[in-house]
Ligand binder design. Sequence first.
Ligand code: ADP
Ligand code: MG
Length: 261
Amino acid sequence: MTLLSVAHLSKSFDGVQAVDDVSFDLEAGQLLALIGPNGAGKSTCFNMINGQLKPNAGSIRFDGHDIAGMRPRDIWRLGVGRTFQIAATFNSMTVLENVQMALLSRERRIYGLFRRVASWKEEEAMALLDLVGMTAHAQRSCAVLAYGDVKRVELAIALANDPRLLLMDEPTAGMAPQERNELMSLTARLAKERGIGVLFTEHSMDVVFSHADKLIVLARGRLIAEGDAEAIRNDARVREVYLGTGASFAPRAVLNAGASS
Ligand code: ADP
Ligand code: MG
């Protein structure tokens, strides 16, 4: 089922065409990677889908609604989640409390005093922490977590809203290669189990080629290629735009063999 349908999306900033006539579809349960060199327009695309930016032209259909130009909060209410926005209070609470807050926020009960509602949603929050493998850390302060574990909590928080579409702009930035692969395997499994569509950007070609069901490639705001890992790896235009960026297009097996020798 087509969950997200982007058509002829465009955005310019003071004469710079950041996103230029971009169209693509995303299915429920699918992991779609949006890749491209720095400045290609990936974040601008994301920010139009989540409502942070208004498009100059084009439509963004999500689950029957045209969400282009809608407010972020209203888009979030329709079931579009994202993982990169951490609340300012994140570090002052435990892992469990953060997920509880996210669950409460979903129910729009966030206005109550936190202390009075501390026992709410504990079971549901623990179930989410179990999904991301963080139950053992439930009572720890988020301030002391390892980076990869923060990312898992971010994912649990995003899932608390029960999203149909999850937007992840560079979810694994700053993570070690193994952690990157673990986080994306987990995301892929949850997306399949729950039928969530995932749109993500990622710098590591190894991660992208291993986990994405489909890739779309942007260069200077334009969509230059679309397909599975095999098709993108062998695409002459894609190789051309990545030339000199240090990106590796070797199959994963070759990369791993290279790393261990
Ligand atoms: P990516 O995420 O692929 O690195 P961006 O979407 O951040 O690319 O940027 C695309 C282009 O739009 C770049 O040329 C960038 O400088 C420009 N741009 C992005 N955001 C703004 C902004 N708020 N104001 C002006 N120019 C911007
Ligand atoms: Mg970006």
